[in-house]
Design a protein around this ligand. Structure first.
Ligand code: COA
Length: 178
């Protein structure tokens, strides 16, 4: 039998398992031009696109190649974003981290709370040696979030990806568990 999906807790949020009923938060985030400003995709136009994306996340959770959580405010029960660890390699003890919060909740310290719990889970429960992220140039909030937690710039990839009509530099940030 599969282990129960981990539920994490921070001061103001429950970081809970993503479910097939979570279309609204996946759509809300991915249909916003502002939320996707530094993400390699165009905003979704339809809920079907969100359903497809959600199914992809759920499949990865099932296969344990990822842990995708939804972030829910304890006080109001409102879902404010989602994220997780993905492309998990057991062989190499590493995983990529990704996250997003809907815009009205930015800059309130929510992602800082959440990422601390996710990093702790990655190190203590998955024994990850390395957690890394790709950040598009200009994404100051995401860089600040990671650098404050000890992530270091590891590589700078020039004009690495094309989206929204232009090529973007990307920086890989990583946290190595010593
Ligand atoms: C990146 C993101 C998740 C941060 O979430 P958040 O809840 O607003 O983050 P926090 O409030 O915890 O702030 C984290 C740090 O970034 C800083 N920050 C927040 N917004 C900022 C901005 N627009 N510009 C510069 N710094 C910013 C905060 O001051 C804080 O730094 P501090 O701890 O030194 O004060 C959010 O901006 C987001 O969802 N962006 C769109 C999706 C995205 O880009 N995801 C990451 C892809 S790599």
């Amino acid at each position: 039998m599969n282990k129960p999906f981990p539920i994490l807790n921070s001061k103001r949020l429950i970081i809970r398992e993503m479910k097939s009923t979570d279309v609204d938060i996946v759509f809300a985030f991915n249909s916003s031009k502002d939320c996707l400003k530094y993400i390699l995709r165009e905003p979704f136009q339809t809920k079907n696109q969100a359903i497809e994306k959600l199914n992809f996340f759920l499949e990865a959770n099932k296969k344990e190649t990822a842990y995708w959580w939804v972030f829910t405010l304890k006080e109001t029960n409102e879902d404010i974003g989602y994220g997780g660890l993905f492309d998990i390699s057991k062989e190499h003890s590493r995983a990529e981290i990704g996250y997003g919060i809907i815009q009205k909740y930015w800059n309130k310290g929510f992602m800082s709370e959440i990422i601390d719990e996710i990093i702790h889970f990655g190190k203590s429960s998955l024994s990850l040696h390395k957690i890394y992220a790709y950040i598009l140039n200009g994404n100051q909030a995401s860089m600040q979030l990671l650098e404050k937690r000890g992530f270091k710039k590891e590589a700078h990839l020039k004009e690495h990806s094309f989206t929204k009509g232009k090529y973007w530099d990307e920086t890989i940030f990583s946290l190595i568990n010593k």
